[in-house]
Design a protein. Structure first.
Length: 165
């Protein structure tokens, strides 16, 4: 039901709020609190410190791995998403996954493919990524721990910390 549709009355939102306040009318539905919503997102997604510090030459193959998502444009103005894991020492792509959607399985399937390769990693090996929502999610972080790898993240808004990827 709208005033403009049924009664042909145009009324500003501020005017409606003033009338509601004057007659003590309260909306029965509670507004969502944007602060609470943002706080919940930051509690679920945790950022880990930068262990790589742009030292891309670790010397030991498999010691540090870079992971990132790349957009691949199509001819029909659509795009696919490529998630890949790269060894910083050998510059070899160890695992990759292509998807038409930018959802969590894109990254988790890339990790599953890495586990399926059976490549042994040295003790203290870690995966380095940016602070995207895929990599700060508890699902991704728990999968990385289950593989036996540590995790490192670049600083916020600094693309050079993950540049070789």
């Amino acid at each position: 039901m709208t005033l403009a549709g049924q009664f042909d009355i145009d009324m500003n939102l501020k005017r409606i709020r003033w009338i509601m306040k004057k007659y003590h009318i309260v909306c029965p539905y509670r507004k969502t609190c944007p602060i609470r919503k943002a706080l919940k997102a930051t509690l679920e997604h945790s950022v880990v410190p930068n262990r790589l510090n742009r030292n891309f030459r670790q010397g030991i193959p498999g010691m540090s791995l870079l992971v990132d998502i790349t957009y691949v444009p199509h001819h029909s103005r659509r795009r696919s998403y490529l998630s890949s894991i790269k060894n910083t020492s050998t510059r070899e792509i160890l695992s990759q996954n292509l998807s038409s959607s930018l959802e969590m399985p894109l990254v988790t399937n890339t990790l599953k493919k890495l586990m399926a390769t059976g490549i042994p990693f040295p003790e203290g090996a870690f995966i380095h990524s940016d602070q995207g929502s895929h990599y700060t999610s508890p699902i991704f972080q728990n999968m990385v721990k289950s593989i036996g790898l540590g995790q490192s993240m670049s600083r916020r808004g600094n693309c050079w910390d993950n540049a070789p990827q």
